[in-house]
Every structure is written in C-alpha cells, then in structure tokens.
Design a protein around this ligand. Sequence first.
Ligand code: XUL
Ligand code: MN
Length: 344
Amino acid sequence: MTGTFRFSFGPWNIHEGADPFGPMVRDSIEFNKKIAVYKEMGFDGVQFHDDDAVPNMNDLSADQITKEAKTVKAKLEDHGLTPEFVAPRLWENEKTIDGGYTSNCPKCREYALERSKRTIDIAKALGTKNIVLWLAREGTYIREAKDSVRATEQIAEALQMMLDYDPEIRIMIESKPNEPMDHTYIPTIGHAIGLGLLTNAPERVGCLIESAHAILAGLDPSDEMGYSLAHKKLWSVHLNDQNGLKFDQDKSFGSVDLRRAFNQVRILDQHGFGNNGEWVGLDVKAMRTQKAEVATKHLSNSRTIFLKLLEISRSLDSDKINAMIAERDYEELDLYIMQSLLGR
Ligand code: XUL
Ligand code: MN
C-alpha cells in the first residue's frame, strides 16, 4: 500500500517572528494575502484556530460567528482551498490562565466549554467535521495544584460535551508533554487514544501527531505514528523538526534529523496515510532572521523535503531490505539507508 499526500498548514505558520525575548520582526500579513499563497506553494488545505477564522469571536453572538465563518468559507472556495480542521484557542484569554477544561475556576471551565461549542459552529460553517484539540494549559506547574484523576475526567467530559453538541464532528487530540505547562495531562499519543475510551464514542476520537511534540516527550515521531496507525487513529499530522529537548522549535521538516524525517514519511507511505482523506499538515516556523519577502520558505522547503524523502523511500529495494532483515544484518541495512539518504 502507498499513501496519498495533500498538504496543509495554518495561517499562524506565516508569522511575525516575535519570541519571548523580542518583538515582531516582520509586519503582519492579512488573512486574505496569506490564503493567496497556498496554492502557488503546493498546498491545498487550511488549518484553523477558531479565531484565525473569526478573529473577534469573543465579542460576537453565536449567529454572528457563524455568519462571519461563512464569509471565510467563500474566500477559501475562491482560492480552491479546503478547510482541514478548526481548533479552539484555549490558552490566550484571561479566563484560561489556569487551563480550560481543567481550570480550578468553574466560570473559566464554563468559558472553555462555550468557546469549544463556538469552535464547532465555525467548523460547520467552514465545511469541515474535524476539530483539533491541543490541550495547551490542561496541566500544572506544580503537582499539588490539581487532581490528575479529576483533570483527566474533566477533559473527557469536555470531549463528550463536544461529541454530543454535534454528532457529525470528530475530534483529533494533539498531544504535547510540556510548554506552556511544566507537565500536561495528555503528553503522548497513547494518552490521547486512551482518552477517547472515556467517552461513549471512541470511534470519533483520534489524534494528530506533531513531530516536535513527540521528540519533546523523548519519543520517536515515526513510532508514535506507527502506534496510532495500528489503532486506526492517525487522522492528521503536524510535521516539523526539533533540535533536542528545549522549547518547542517548530523547525522545518527534516532540517535537524533527516533520517528521523525519512522514517516518518516511510511509515505514513507504507500504511496508506491520506487514502481516507487525511492531510499532511506542517506546523513550522520561519527563522526569526528571515526577511519578510522570503518568510514562507520554511513551508515550501518542508514540503519539498517530504516529497524528496518519499521518492527515496519508494526507491528502496524491498527484497534487499528483507534479505538483510532475514540475515539480521542490521549494520548493512543501516549503511543501505544512509547511502540512500546521501543519494548513493
Ligand atoms: C502548539 C501547537 C499548536 C497546535 C494547534 O505547540 O503545535 O499550534 O498545532 O493548536
Ligand atoms: Mn502543532
């Protein structure tokens, strides 16, 4: 089996370059200008946070939000683009300081649930059934701040509320072990898949694997992908790269460890990723040093590297590989893979 690959990214991946130690270094580009460059770079899908689609949503009624989202749908159609998913942004508002669904403040938890319903309304208006949950602040800075049993139940209850609110949607959980929190409650893809089992519709709960998040958990992204593919739960990916255990870097795909990137491409291709409409999403950041005119190269380069690695993966001689595996000659296999990546 081979995969079918279409590419997507979110408008936040074309960004101004601010970091915790310095301000923006590039001007903001309006949404209309961003969506105009997708197709020319070979991307057909758009990923959204709820307020990427409806920026001032907290000041609008539910009806106004839906109306606004429909205008975005029309813009996507004008550019021949497909919305892949919508994710509630539950980490910037003052009411989400201590988390969304697991906040210790009941009114704040209510805010998180209401906001999630509006996210679903936006997804419906845009024309996608996919909701992504990156559970950014569902965790703690100190263990004693929350009860991990209750917190897990609260996240599962939030999932259940969303599944009940719209029987058409499906939820993809994007796990991440830390940042902004010291520890989060859903650090790996095994946790994400397990969480679905606490709802009455686990078949509607899957996952999105981000390469850097797996690496931050000390895991190999391709093995995380393999685990979720075996569960038929890998419904999207955020490919990128990460240089060791530090802040979430969102580097261009393959730019740190080409072989680690190769193995992600290979497992996706060998197990038919994309054949049920899954997208290859990129969650990459341009280097802060990049000038505005060339601050989309991280996206096009990541796509180029994916396609080159796909070509290499498909060119490998499987009889040769199987013979080396049968002989347990993994040193020879190691060399064969490295020579293939070096182009000789
Ligand atoms: C955070 C992250 C987010 C999600 C979308 O690390 O990766 O951009 O992908 O909410
Ligand atoms: Mn991501």
